[in-house]
Design a protein around this ligand. Sequence first.
Ligand code: SF4
Length: 254
Amino acid sequence: MLFNEPVFGPIHSRRLGISLGINLLPAESKLCNFNCIYCECGWNTKDKKKKFNRRNDIKKHLELKLKLLKDEKQYPDSITFSGNGEPTMHPEFSAIIDDTITLRNQYAPAAKISVLSNATMLANPDVVTALLKIDNAILKLDSGIDETAVLINKPQFSYSIDKIIENMQKLKKHMILQTMFLRGIYDGKQIDNTTKSEINAWIDAIKKIEPRKIMIYSIDRKTPADNLQKVNFDELDKIAEHARKLGYEALVAK
Ligand code: SF4
């Protein structure tokens, strides 16, 4: 599922309510430094012509849409950066966040600004500063164990959970941690990030990151990899309970 426009929706989001989406990534195909086996945008492609949406185009489209929604008195709960890949890879991400804050304040002051990110660009201080300015920096960590994360997220670079956690600590108490739980077989290997050892490693990671909130979910749509299974709500809720016992607010997407 790819988004053709820089601004799309509003759509109803399981986690964010009425959400107006912003896609900074190319329309033709996904652009991400992960290649998650469950990605709703499908697999990465090798198309070298892929271009980010331009800052001015995004600003123009967002202003038009927010004006229209205001006229119709349909205010979004969230202006959400998601779309066809990893938004923080956009070279002008920080400036685009500033534009969005200005437009949000002008047309839909009650809307939260949310960014769904895989947390791989947090070594860039501009990305961290931008995420600290917004309401919901929702950052992905699908396992506290390197081998499992590599299997699930297929990072396109050398990946270390310790490094990701260290970078997430720059957003301590501000960020929301997001984890996808799933089971299945991929590349001949068994995947299950709900086992006891996985949950222990996940809880250890939470203790180090100290997020403001935790959101967990499972597969909801068709996945690019075959043979993946959804984890049901009751199981997800039991996993969330481990985090709640530590005093964290942990939400489960239905
Ligand atoms: S990080 Fe997000 S956009 Fe990138 S591959 Fe994973 S699910 Fe898809």
